[in-house]
Every structure is written in C-alpha cells, then in structure tokens.
Design a protein around this ligand. Structure first.
Ligand SMILES: Nc1ncnc2c1ncn2[C@@H]1O[C@H](COP(=O)(O)OP(=O)(O)OP(=O)(O)O)[C@@H](O)[C@H]1O
Ligand SMILES: [Mg+2]
Length: 444
C-alpha cells in the first residue's frame, strides 16, 4: 500500500517540481501525493482522505498559515505526522511549529535529498504509530470480548444455579407435599375412628363390669381373668388410647408442617406468620437436630418477639430458613468432630433463632446464630457466590446461600448479612420488609 503524503504550499511550481523529483516513487506506487495551496484546502483534503500518513506544510501561506493549520491538525485524532518547511533562519516560527506538535522541519530552499530522508523517517514513525494503535485497538477489543464472555459466563452460572435450585426445591416441595397428602388420609382414618374406639371400649368395660357384678363367674373364667391380668388391662387401656391419640396428633402436626413447608399452593405474596415458617423448617430438620450415635443433640433456642404478619413468598422464605439452619447444623457437626466430650458438655452445640422488629416497625429481622467453627474472612467474602462451597465434593453444591440471597434481596427487597469470625460461630441476619411496595411487586 502506498504512503499518502499531503504537501501544503502556496508556491505554484511546487507540485510539478515534487512530482517530477519523486516520479519513480509515484510510478512504483510507493508514494501517493496530494497538494493544497493553504491550510483551508489542506483540511478539506484531509477530510476527503482520512488515511493520509503525513502532511508537509509551508508556514507562510495566505488564508490559513501553517501554524494555524498545525493547531487545527492537533484537533484531529488521526495517526499522521506533520513536517514544516520554513524560510532559512526563521527559527522563531519553526520553534512555534514544533511546539504545536510538528514532527520535524526543513528549511527553504528545499534540498530534495534531505526531504526524501525526512519523509522516509517520518513515514517509519507513522507506521509505528499505526501499528501501536492497531495493537491497542485489538487489545481493547480482546478485553471487551473477555468482559462479554465473563458476563455471559456469570449470567449462565446464575441461570444454571437458579435452575438447579428451583428444580431441587420444587421437586423437594412436590415430594414433601405428596408425602404429606399420602400420610394425611390414613392418619385421618385412624384419628376419626379413635374416638369411636374410645367410646366402644368404655361401653365394653362398663358391660364387663356389669357382668362381673351380676353373673356368678365360673372357675374357668376366673382363671382366664387372672391369666390376662384383667385389672391391669382395664386400668391401662384408656391410657393406651390417650397415648395413641397423642401419637396421631403429632403425625397430624408433622403433616401440617410438611404442607406448610411445601406451600405449593402459595406461589404468590401473602401475609404470613414468619414463626410458622421457622417452626415448620425446624420440624423438617428435626432429624438432623436430634442426638445421633456420633453426636450429641443440637439445642435450638427460639427467642421470638411478637411480630405482625409479613407479606412474602412463604414457600421461598422457608427455603431460606432451611438453607441457613442446615448450614448451621453442618458447621456444628464439623465443630463437634474437633471437640472433646468435656468441651461439648461445657458449651453445648446450639442454634439460636431470634426475631424482632426493626426501623419503626417496617421490617422484621430473623437472626440465626450457631456456635460452630465460624469462617475465615476469605470464605465469608465468597459465601453468596454461586457454586462456592467448602464442603467435600458431593456434599455441598454451594447454592444454598446464593439462592437465599436472591430470594431475600431480589424477591423481597430485604437484606441478608453474615457476621462471622473463625472459631467464633456464625450469625445470619435476614431482614424482610413487612409490606411489599407496589413497585417491588411489579418487578417480581
Ligand atoms: N453457619 C456457617 N458456619 C460456617 N460456614 C458456613 C456457614 N454457613 C455457610 N458457611 C460456608 O458457606 C459456604 C456456602 O454455603 P452454601 O449454603 O451456599 O453452600 P453449601 O452449604 O456448601 O452447599 P449447598 O448448596 O448444599 O447448601 C459453605 O460451604 C460454608 O463454607
Ligand atoms: Mg448450604
């Protein structure tokens, strides 16, 4: 590709002189020359040919002199360089021109050999300039692409995380709802009949009593009465019925909690009793909290304030409670592995759940604290990232807190904070507005 050079001079003969002198280069298409008679024309030529590589300009010209042209050229953000040509000894103008950003200068009368050397040197510089610019551009492009990719990857991770968790929770919700339904029917069957059984047994016992009173008992019956310990049976039977009723009551409560947890029918915002949600989450996790072979019981200390109903997605908020309490249980189990029995007796494993009102009663806070191992500052900084987990492969997906964060912040306009230091346990602070404003609901 030929180098494009613009000569600016009011000298009428210059064009033919230069074209003649450098004809070989022009013919070989090494150089392509442009000519202008003053600054104004030069600027027009540059506008028509923005890929001009260098400008060689006289300083004294009509209409627009070389210095004014130079200052105009400074405003143009194109990779070209300017050489000025001035009368011999006109050092003042030359110095000015150099200050205005001229790359080099030549004096009149023009020495063509000198001109060629200067042009070549300047062209090399322009080449370098263009190369650098291209490099910078491609670097910027690569950076931009990398940023796009990074954003894309983040979005993808976010979507993937949400899909996995939604699938996990909705299938869990469905399973739980299904189990609740299946248990509920037979339990109702038992519950409904239990009162009849109680009545019938009362009647039968009364009848037995009458028989004993009015009918002489044969020896055989007397032996049988002793063999089955009828007296004890009569005393024990009502108690058995009471404890059976107690058991059925408990099953019914569990069913209620399971239903409360799954809340498949409550996909919308509703005013709910937050404590119900916490209790049913605890009920679901009951098994993890009880004493196991390798572990003492985890105490749950519930310190609830009187709270108004809170407008929220109850099912999703339950997910948050489950995730955070589950993490606390994990942390306590981990802690337990590192402590002696005496240590544990001195300071039992505990999860404390507190609720209270904040800020002129406009928000509720649910604080969930454990006295487990806590976390390092590095871990704490990352816990809300999708897929961040410190648990062994297969045990943690690193989604629990990420999803909880989305639910609390994005779905409820609340806040989710974590306070923890290594060895000092961890505290999660869930803050939920009591009322969801119209605009927040619209976003959802
Ligand atoms: N109460 C806590 N005490 C100490 N570390 C915790 C506690 N809660 C969370 N963490 C840390 O935060 C990390 C991320 O928790 P998160 O619930 O998001 O994922 P996970 O529990 O590892 O996996 P899962 O997706 O199964 O919940 C945990 O791996 C753990 O290192
Ligand atoms: Mg978790």
């Amino acid at each position: 590709m030929s180098a494009k050079i613009l000569f600016v001079d009011d000298e009428p003969d210059l064009k033919s002189l230069i074209s003649q002198r450098f004809r070989k280069k022009i013919r070989a298409e090494e150089w392509q020359l442009f000519f202008a008679h003053n600054g104004v024309e030069a600027l027009e030529k540059l506008k028509e040919n923005p890929d001009i590589d260098m400008v060689v300009t006289d300083l004294n010209m009509p209409e627009m002199d070389g210095l004014t042209l130079l200052s105009e050229l400074n405003q143009i953000n194109l990779p070209f360089k300017t050489i000025v040509i001035s009368a011999y000894g006109d050092m003042k103008n030359i110095r000015n021109a150099m200050n205005f950003g001229a790359f080099d200068f030549l004096t009149k009368p023009i020495d063509f050999h000198d001109l060629e050397i200067t042009i070549n040197k300047t062209l090399r510089d322009v080449q370098q300039l263009k190369e650098n610019q291209r490099l910078r551009q491609s670097e910027a492009w690569a950076r931009e692409q990398a940023l796009h990719l990074q954003h894309g990857l983040q979005d993808l991770k976010k979507t993937q995380a949400q899909l996995i968790q939604t699938a996990k929770m909705s299938s869990l919700g469905q399973v739980v709802a299904g189990i609740a339904h299946e248990i509920n029917n037979p339990v109702n069957f038992i519950y409904g009949n239990l009162s009849h059984v109680t009545d019938y047994i009362q009647d039968l016992l009364h009848l037995l009593h009458l028989y004993q009173q009015y009918t002489p008992l044969s020896a055989e019956i007397q032996t049988e009465i002793e063999a089955i310990d009828l007296e004890f049976m009569i005393a024990d039977l009502p108690q058995i019925l009471v404890s059976m009723k107690g058991g059925v009551d408990r099953i019914q409560k569990i069913v209620l909690s399971l239903r409360n947890f799954s809340r498949l029918d409550e996909a919308n915002i509703k005013p709910v009793d937050i404590h119900e949600g916490i209790k049913s989450s605890l009920m679901i996790l009951q098994n993890q909290l009880q004493t196991r072979a390798a572990r003492p019981e985890i105490q749950v200390i519930e310190e609830y304030s009187t709270l108004p109903l809170v407008e929220c997605y109850a099912g999703e908020l339950n997910q948050v409670f489950i995730n955070i309490i589950y993490n606390a249980i994990d942390a306590l189990n981990e802690c337990n592995k590192q402590r002696s029995l005496d240590d544990i007796r001195a300071c039992p494993l505990a999860i404390t759940i507190r609720t209270f009102l904040l800020e002129e009663n406009s928000r509720v806070v649910i604080q969930i604290r454990d006295n487990g191992l806590g976390m390092t500052a590095d871990v704490k900084d990352r816990i809300f990232e999708p897929f961040f987990t410190t648990k062994p492969v297969g045990e943690g997906t690193g989604l629990g807190l990420y999803i909880s964060y989305q639910i609390v912040l994005e779905k409820h306009g609340g806040a989710l904070k974590c306070f923890s230091e290594e060895g000092q346990g961890a505290e999660f602070w869930i803050e939920i507005p009591i009322r969801q404003t119209r605009s927040e609901l619209d976003v959802i």
